[in-house]
Design a binder for this molecule. Structure first.
Ligand SMILES: Nc1ncnc2c1ncn2[C@@H]1O[C@H](COP(=O)(O)OP(=O)(O)OP(=O)(O)O)[C@@H](O)[C@H]1O
Ligand SMILES: O=P(O)(O)OC[C@H]1O[C@H](OP(=O)(O)OP(=O)(O)O)[C@H](O)[C@@H]1O
Ligand SMILES: [Mg+2]
Length: 285
């Protein structure tokens, strides 16, 4: 049986979360990053450890069948590479920034100026769309220093917390795109390997749904049960079980992890007690 060849970043910001998601879907790899390639113990998968920036070409050439990669890199380097799943980590923006005392407020204001970036194709596309001409300087790292050393009037680079911009006295003036890690597919993938990838995708979806949800248990006075149940959605509907103490029920349900703090006060106001919120490992709907 053939194995699916999946690329992950060898080292860097994507590596840890990529390896974690593979582990969470039951794909365990014996040897670490020292090797370029490793086989999974219990699944027909080979993991290739590669540079993030090189992965789009490997996908195009069919050297690997799939990859965990930043969407921003696919956009910059792999225009015809598709992805089948957003993975929810390594969220960032690709933005234009200028020195904070600059008059520039948008990409247009950089017309005729110099922009330093590691993402030349991405910037070029936006310049073209807006019919702006600017001079691009491609640099591969520490892009935010460029205006301070007189190399450029503005930059285009990754922004997450914004602290690198802040430390370098820059302000963001335009967001070109938003990105996160994605599961990308080679256009050359065979049907047999696509079937393996679909299994991986299904497992990933179960893990991501679990990560985004919480299992909630609470005790509710029966006379407030309707009001409490109204606050809680549940997968189909909440489970209600009688407590040993008369007049009380135990309510079990699943909610979106972001919703909990929104409804906690109302749950308490309706008499809910002993509220437990637990993580969910995997969730299949
Ligand atoms: N500060 C950040 N916050 C969140 N995500 C980020 C951040 N910086 C980069 N990323 C995302 O992680 C990916 C990998 O970034 P990293 O800096 O580790 O790699 P790189 O040096 O660009 O790539 P290579 O593996 O080719 O050396 C980026 O393409 C982007 O999608
Ligand atoms: O908005 P922030 O949270 O400050 O993150 C943005 C910074 O993170 C990335 O750099 P990284 O730390 O990966 O270093 P690199 O330039 O060597 O890749 C990116 O290139 C920015 O410089
Ligand atoms: Mg980086």
């Amino acid at each position: 049986m053939s194995k699916l060849r999946i690329a992950v970043q060898k080292s860097g910001r994507l590596n840890e979360d990529s390896m974690r998601i593979l582990k969470d879907i039951g794909i365990s790899i014996d040897n670490g990053k020292d090797q370029l390639k490793a086989s999974a113990r219990d699944f027909p998968v080979e993991v290739f450890y590669l540079r993030n920036g090189d992965i789009p070409q490997y996908l195009k050439d069919g050297v690997v069948d799939a990859a965990i990669i930043g969407e921003n890199v696919l956009i910059e380097k792999g225009a015809d590479i598709e992805f089948i799943e957003r993975l929810g980590f390594s969220k960032c923006k690709v933005s234009i920034a200028v020195p904070k005392d600059s008059d520039a407020n948008s990409l247009k204001d950089l017309s005729g100026k110099r922009i330093a970036t590691s993402y030349p194709k991405t910037v070029q596309k936006f310049l073209k769309e807006q019919n702006i001409k600017a001079q691009l300087h491609q640099i591969n790292g520490s892009v935010e220093i460029a205006p301070n050393i007189g190399l450029a009037d503005g930059i285009c680079d990754i922004v997450s917390s914004g602290s690198t911009l802040f430390k370098n006295g820059l302000k963001e003036i335009e967001v070109l795109l938003k990105s996160e890690a994605v599961l990308a597919v080679s256009p050359a993938i065979t049907d047999e390997r696509m079937a393996i990838l679909k299994k991986i995708q299904f497992r990933i979806q179960s893990v991501l749904k679990g990560r985004n949800s919480k299992y909630v248990l609470l005790n509710a006075p029966n006379d407030k049960l309707d009001a409490i149940l109204n606050l809680l959605p549940g997968m189909r509907s909440p489970t209600v079980l009688p407590l040993a103490e008369k007049g009380w029920s135990s309510v079990h349900t699943v909610i979106n992890k972001n919703d909990f703090w929104e409804i906690i006060d109302e749950l308490k106001a309706n008499g809910a007690e002993g509220i437990l919120v637990c993580p969910i490992e995997k969730m299949v709907l």
